[in-house]
Design a protein around this ligand. Sequence first.
Ligand code: FES
Length: 269
Amino acid sequence: MAKNAAQWETPPTFPQTHFVDSRVYTDDAIFQEEKEKLFRPSWIIACHESEIEAPFDYRLFNHPAGVPLIVVRGDDSKVRAFYNICPHRGNTILYDPAGNAKRMTCIFHQWSFDTRGTCIDISREEQGYQKRFCKEDAALREVKCEVAYGGFVWINITDNCMPLREFIGGAMDILEPYMEEPMEVFHFHKAHVRTNFKLWHDTNTTSIASPACCSPAISSAAIRRLRTGMRRSARCRSSTTSTKGRKSARWAGRKWRLAAGTWSISFPE
Ligand code: FES
């Protein structure tokens, strides 16, 4: 039976502790607190190592705590991560979402950095600073970075964070045996989702939606939409992809393939 206004406003007869306060989806102060307490101390996957397979390959990553990062494979093949912020006056250093850069040069005053974060050139260093400052005094800000669990690149922007293995604990025990197979990214999709990250997560993981989505009555239409969406994604790929079309001998034998994605969460206005 339909409800009138009074009935609509009456809460269900659950205990108060069973309600979710909707401010968790809309309150900016809560979101800022989540960025500091939830995302900043956590190990987070930035990309997969196959996206930066060759020395000097890099990929940009916007950390959910609000820090723009560069993930780069060094001349020694080690993967490192740095703030994508110039130590001179805070300009963004790299703009292309992915690429290969033997040196990373800020476009503002042309300070250059190598893939280990060392400052290798300051333009007009002698004229500008005489003996007061030199390139040895400058460097990129490095953050914790590890390649683990199937070749994923894990980032932590808190210097005194707990080790990755300790942070993960037993959470990956069930998956780890399958992660020994080599993997590579075969598709990259980027979406701007103008919503709170929990709403996105809740909507896509709720078990009550599954029976409806899997219903035979709508399955063919759903599959058609999915295929259309996939074709659209493939078309978008040329403008938003960060993966490279070429495959080196190193990755040619890889058996497992990954679909990678990034979500840019905007807070509701
Ligand atoms: S801000 Fe980067 S070189 Fe000046």
